[in-house]
Design a protein around this ligand. Structure first.
Ligand SMILES: NC(=O)c1ccc[n+]([C@@H]2O[C@H](COP(=O)([O-])OP(=O)(O)OC[C@H]3O[C@@H](n4cnc5c(N)ncnc54)[C@H](O)[C@@H]3O)[C@@H](O)[C@H]2O)c1
Length: 248
């Protein structure tokens, strides 16, 4: 039987893949056969090494997704290096600083909007041009369950931008589905993507909210792989919640 989640011959841009969830997505897509183009503020060498050690193909570029010229440049790099662009994963995002609504500084509000919302728009706009020309492609936006439930300690700017990402997903999907391009969103709950600095007791307390255990970056990678693949050829404008059984 053919595996309809293979991505052989496809080319994927994954933003923010120097670490964390982005790395999990890049590694899973590479295992499925895609060539990977990583754009991140920081060096993605560790992710590149992991992909190459497993026999995959990947390149990277330092970029800031909130800069429209950088968004155009990463798309140009994918086309120059691999000759095509099939998949864009808008993963880069920031959830710092944590805090209360009444403490949020103007600069932190603005930077969160610039990266989490404008960055998704700039990269999507840049990728759509070659995708529409080719009559095929897909965009997967990493939103968050924080877009639909408030959480103490999570910046309201974060929740607002992640809700905005869902709006962009719906808008882009409606605009481009008849051009052969699909646009979907993934809404993760807590993923242990880095050291959050919690005490073991705090970890134990949070663990109680997840009947299936804590999520790992690869769990989001597998969800993205499905949405990017031929198995999801009739899926656009959807929001895939990946929550470990947490219903809150
Ligand atoms: N970890 C979670 O529990 C969780 C839950 C829901 C959604 N998310 C979302 O998943 C995505 C990845 O989260 P993570 O936990 O792996 O984060 P992380 O902080 O561990 O990694 C984020 C990566 O994005 C890069 N980055 C940040 N701003 C950038 C910019 N402007 N341009 C390019 N690269 C940039 C960083 O350098 C880093 O490599 C984010 O969009 C986040 O909001 C995370």
């Amino acid at each position: 039987m053919t595996d309809s989640t293979r991505l052989d011959g496809q080319v994927a841009i994954v933003t923010g893949a120097a670490q964390g969830i982005g790395r999990g997505i890049a590694v899973v897509l590479a295992e499925a056969g895609a060539s990977i183009v990583i754009g991140d503020l920081r060096s993605a060498d560790a992710t590149l090494e992991q992909i190459k050690a497993a026999g995959g193909n990947a390149v990277s570029r330092i970029m800031d997704t909130s800069n429209p010229a950088h968004a155009d440049a990463i798309v140009s790099m994918a086309l120059a290096d691999f000759g095509r662009l099939d998949i864009l994963v808008n993963n880069a995002g920031l959830d710092e600083p944590p805090g209360n609504a009444w403490d949020l500084l103007d600069a932190d509000w603005q930077r969160t909007i610039d990266v989490n919302l404008s960055g998704v728009f700039y990269c999507s706009r840049a990728a759509l041009k070659p995708m529409i020309e080719a009559g095929q492609g897909c965009i997967i936006n990493i939103s968050s369950r924080a877009s639909e439930i408030g959480a103490k300690g999570v910046s309201p700017a974060y929740s607002a931008t992640k809700a905005g990402v869902r709006g962009l997903t719906q808008a882009f999907s409606t605009h481009v589905a008849d051009k052969g391009v699909r646009v979907n969103a993934v809404l993760p709950s807590l993923i242990i993507s880095r050291d959050f600095g919690w005490t073991p007791a705090a970890m134990m307390e949070r663990r109680k909210d997840y009947p299936l255990g804590f999520g790992e970056p690869r769990d989001i990678g597998e969800a993205v792989r499905y949405l990017a693949s031929p198995a999801a050829r009739w899926v656009s404008g959807t929001e895939l919640r990946v929550t470990g059984g947490n219903q809150r």
